[in-house]
Design a protein around this ligand. Structure first.
Ligand code: 6GU
Length: 236
């Protein structure tokens, strides 16, 4: 089994505590993934342990300095023996994360997450590591809204990627269906379970019919209708 190694670099390593929970926690316990979190502050050299500075050219906010990032990333690259490394730089200016990218990353042997804060990381971190053989650099965003840093984005991406690793999910059948619906840009049909009547609301009769062809058609229609309504709201 190819074990996935992940490293997250952040000034808030405590943000990653939830990785011990649930499915990802189990995947770690079962030896399917290995996740190490690093405190960027450990790489700060000055008396004030500063990791940011004012932007060249002026403007609001602070930019994360390249030196501590370079030290932290070099240390991880030196520590992890892998033919290739995916260096993921979290930024709202990055490529939009998607199921397709999750599938690509689930083939990775080693992912490094650089979690920026403030106005982001000095651009030369991206530019420098793009020049290093064996390192694939991706700037990723998780959506069109602004977060305070890349930590939550990293948790999101890790959850989406790790559940795709063979042996992580209890029932891998669901992966096939999910993947198809994502490819076709169609959302899921509505789901129901017992009781058949809850607070006066009935489960659609067709689902109790036992007629699998009819159920399949109804679910497709429902998925198409939901997709159409979503499209109306988002203008797609
Ligand atoms: Cl990756 N970082 C920040 N700071 N905000 C975001 C984001 C990332 N993705 C969406 N918004």
């Amino acid at each position: 089994m190819n074990k996935l190694r992940c490293d997250a670099i952040s000034i808030f390593p405590e943000y990653f505590a939830p990785l011990q929970l649930s499915l990802i926690g189990k995947a770690i316990e079962n030896g399917l993934v290995d996740i190490k979190v690093h405190d960027l502050r450990d790489q700060a050299t000055g008396v004030h342990k500063s990791v940011d500075d004012t932007p060249y050219g002026g403007g609001a906010g602070m930019v994360m300095s390249p030196e501590p990032w370079g030290s932290a990333i070099d240390q991880v690259l030196g520590e992890v023996d892998s033919p290739t490394h995916d260096l993921i730089i979290l930024t709202p200016a990055g490529e939009k994360f998607s199921q397709k990218i999750a599938e690509e990353l689930s083939q990775s042997h080693h992912m490094i997450f650089a979690c920026g804060r403030y106005e982001g990381i000095d651009q030369r971190i991206t530019d420098y590591y793009r020049l290093i053989p064996g390192v694939r650099v991706r700037e990723l965003s998780i959506g069109d809204y602004v977060l305070n840093g890349g930590e939550v984005a990293t948790l999101t991406i890790l959850e989406a990627v790790i559940r795709l690793i063979p042996g992580v999910l209890g029932n891998p059948d669901s992966l096939v269906e999910e993947s198809h619906s994502m490819d076709e840009d169609i959302v899921e049909y509505p789901n129901y379970t017992k009781p058949a009547n809850w607070r006066g609301l009935e489960v659609p009769e067709v689902l109790l019919s036992g007629n699998h062809a009819l159920i399949k058609r109804w679910r497709l229609e429902q998925a198409q209708e939901r997709t159409r309504i979503l499209g109306e709201r988002t203008g797609e």
